[in-house]
Design a protein around this ligand. Structure first.
Ligand SMILES: *[C@@H]1O[C@H](CO)[C@@H](O)[C@H](O)[C@H]1NC(C)=O
Ligand SMILES: *[C@@H]1O[C@H](CO)[C@@H](O)[C@H](O)[C@H]1NC(C)=O
Ligand SMILES: *[C@@H]1O[C@H](CO)[C@@H](O)[C@H](O)[C@H]1NC(C)=O
Length: 675
């Protein structure tokens, strides 16, 4: 069954789903506002793709160029490398040509999806495969119409014609595609028709297959499995699964094909890797059916490493460590093997081997609405702009920092404690409010609100710290009124976290008024620039069950209303008003999870993306697309040019991030993953 995909796809271009526009992005300079948000950990990733020859003793070569993050590679038969990169403000696919006679000239990257999808609609792109002239990949381009369903789906782009097809049915999420050796079938992990329901560790996907040509003959193959990888003869599918004994393990499904064109069925499933260590993200070799590359977490290392398994009749007969021998103190992700079996690829943090790529204070992200706002990721959490926009306060978890918005000053640490949330006074220059103490803590935990007043005459002069709350019972998320007189905050003083308003200069002893009251949590409040509203996040619909929606209330306690709820049991948090008080930016799980979390570093909430909505709850728009945790947006009335702002900082440690906390290797038995 030799594949003739190319001509067939040309015929099928009449069912073209996505028009491709070739446009050069001309950036508007009329942007009037700026949204800045946090992506937890992302500034530390600095991923590059490395390869290790499989025939000689382990040694590694950095293949990608040390710019941005480069990950999830795929080798072509001629040794070209296809990979994902977030350079130039959005995710895209790039092709690195094969090594020529002069390896130093191996630097011309080819951008593969020049504008495959609508340029004004950025998307996350992941897990590329090139087969004949067809790129198969994951994209979040088309929204799901089901709240909390992931937008990740499989697309196929025929490169010569730029014809793009969506292979996944509407409102279904597919991840992690793998092509059968003939190219006829694509296997994916999929949530099927069940929307995502809050899982963070194991997404509890099933493995489906469909025809690569057009997504037809879609068939459920394996319940509870993910990250499929076909063996070289197409008769076996390897995959990972979190086993009921708590260990992530590799499994092997034997496939039987009733005929050459009908989907296979599974005749048996066996577990390849035993309990005692975690094994995941399997990659087969097309030239050697007895070799499988996997990532592991073992108790013998604090890091995630790549190993080879030698198999006999689907049973692991030996394990061969690869990356622990080369780079023992790095996490290594998502192996892949070249078609001739000579090269093993994976990505890891490049450490300090930057190719002149500075670390960034503000990383420009393509704005879906460049006329209205520019969009940036900041290397910090809880950013907020000074009223004139010249400075940004943020927290470093720990520590409170101030930096010039143009990066022209090194960040200045103005408070040492575990601060979270920042907000500038609208009237008094250089006054910043924050809360300090344990975050994510109980009602009675000691957390206080302080104002930190910068010494505006002498920047080396010590800031003045003033404590505004007295009883210490979880007072947090201060937000000042535009007249500079009041501060709204949440407090656990009644035994429940509700909202209060106090005097912004003298604190609660001078004036304190309760704004909300009830046996639930109201938190993360933000006062509108026009003074009329306070937006906040609350679980009052179903207290304690983890579901948070965004509400608004007038400062005089009237007019309470729900603005945005993210599906049943969903989360919408950290609201922040637009400068005209007509919209809210917030973080939400409205678009589920965009990739298998086990294939990434640790994120507590890998579902977080930044959205905006009108204050009547209409017109919800997604701003960020990635597989990480985005949060704590702020929205400033200034026009920051959409370009990266380097960090005026000594070389920090760019590789300090954690592997998934739930890949526990110390306990013999782990509870199975729960929602
Ligand atoms: C990224 O953008 C810069 C400037 O806009 C451009 O010169 C460069 O070619 C782009 N790089 C890639 C790989 O597209
Ligand atoms: C409460 O405040 C809102 C706007 O801030 C105002 O429209 C409304 O009239 C006020 N209600 C009372 C009872 O004061
Ligand atoms: C939380 O409550 C909502 C609304 O009643 C419900 O739809 C959802 O399933 C609940 N979630 C959990 C995790 O209990």
């Amino acid at each position: 069954m030799s594949p003739i995909l190319t001509p067939l796809l040309l015929l099928l271009s009449i069912i073209l789903l996505i028009p491709t526009t070739r446009s050069t992005t001309t950036r508007s300079t009329t942007t009037t506002t700026t949204i800045v948000f946090t992506t937890l950990g992302r500034s530390r990733y600095n991923f590059d793709i490395f390869s290790t020859p499989l025939s000689s003793p382990p040694s590694s070569f950095q293949l990608t160029d040390g710019i941005s993050v480069n990950f999830n590679g795929f080798f072509l038969p001629d040794s070209s490398l296809l990979f994902v990169s977030e350079r130039n403000s959005s995710f895209n696919l790039y092709l690195l040509p094969p090594p020529s006679s002069s390896p130093h000239h191996r630097s011309t990257l080819q951008l593969l999806l020049s504008s495959p999808l609508l340029p004004s609609n950025p998307s996350f792109i992941d897990r590329p495969i090139l087969f004949n002239d067809n790129l198969i990949y994951v994209s979040t381009h088309i929204p799901s119409s089901i709240p909390r369903q992931s937008w990740s789906s499989i697309y196929s782009t025929h490169l010569p014609t730029s014809t793009t097809l969506r292979l996944t049915p509407p409102n279904i999420a597919d991840f992690s595609p793998s092509l059968s050796p003939s190219g006829l079938w694509t296997a994916v992990s999929s949530s099927g028709s069940h929307p995502w329901s809050g899982q963070v560790q194991d997404l509890f996907t099933d493995i489906y297959i469909f025809k690569t040509l057009d997504g037809s003959s879609r068939t459920l193959l394996i319940k509870h499995g993910a990250w499929p990888s076909w063996s070289s003869d197409g008769s076996t599918l390897f995959f990972h699964r979190s086993s009921s004994d708590g260990w992530w393990s590799i499994y092997c499904a034997t496939l039987l094909f009733p005929s050459s064109s009908s989907p296979p069925f599974v005749s048996s499933i066996t577990r390849v890797t035993p309990p005692g260590f975690h094994a995941f993200t399997p990659a087969t070799s097309l030239s050697d059916p007895s070799t499988l590359a996997i990532a592991t977490r073992r108790s013998t290392s604090h890091y995630r490493h790549i190993e080879l398994i030698h198999l006999h009749n689907g049973v692991a007969v030996s394990y061969h460590e690869i990356t622990r021998l080369i780079s023992p103190n790095s996490h290594h992700f998502n192996p892949f093997i070249s078609p001739d079996g000579s090269q093993l690829g994976y990505h890891r943090c490049r450490g300090r081997g930057d190719n002149g790529d500075p670390s960034l204070l503000l990383e420009n992200i393509n704005s879906p609405d460049p006329q209205s706002f520019s969009l940036f990721r900041i290397d910090g959490s809880f950013p907020s702009f000074s009223p004139s926009g010249d400075r940004i306060a943020y927290v470093g978890l720990p520590g409170l920092f101030v930096v010039n918005s143009d990066g022209s000053s090194p960040p200045l640490k103005i408070f040492d404690g575990n601060a979270f949330a920042t907000a500038w006074d609208w009237k008094r220059p250089g006054v910043i409010y924050t809360s300090y103490g344990q975050d994510f803590a109980t009602e009675s935990t000691r957390v206080d609100i302080i104002s930190v007043t910068l010494n505006e005459d002498d920047e080396n002069g010590a800031p003045v710290i003033k404590k505004l709350t007295e009883n210490g019972e979880n007072n947090a998320f201060p937000s000042p009124s535009p007249d500079g007189e009041s501060l709204v905050f949440r407090s656990g003083r009644s035994g429940h976290k509700n909202l209060y308003i106090m005097d912004s200069k003298l604190g609660e002893n001078a004036r304190l008024q309760r704004l909300t009251e009830g046996p639930w949590t109201d938190t993360m409040c933000n006062w509108s620039p026009d003074g009329d509203w306070i937006a906040f996040s609350s679980d009052r619909d179903n207290p304690g069950n983890g579901s948070f929606a965004i509400y608004m209330i007038h400062p005089n306690g009237t007019g309470l209303r729900k603005v945005v709820q993210s599906g049943n049991g969903g989360r919408a948090n950290h609201p922040w008003f637009s400068p005209d008080s007509k919209r809210l930016a917030f973080t939400s799980d409205f678009a589920g999870v965009s990739a298998e979390p086990v294939a990434n570093p640790h994120h507590y909430q890998p579902y977080g993306d930044i959205f905006t909505a009108a204050i009547d709850g209409s017109d919800i728009r997604r701003l960020t697309h990635n597989s990480y945790e985005d949060g704590t947006p702020t929205w400033a009335p200034i026009s920051l040019e959409p370009a990266n702002v380097p960090e005026n900082l000594g070389a920090g440690d760019k590789c300090s991030f954690d592997d998934c906390h739930w890949l526990n290797v110390d306990n013999q038995v782990l509870p199975s993953a729960v929602c």
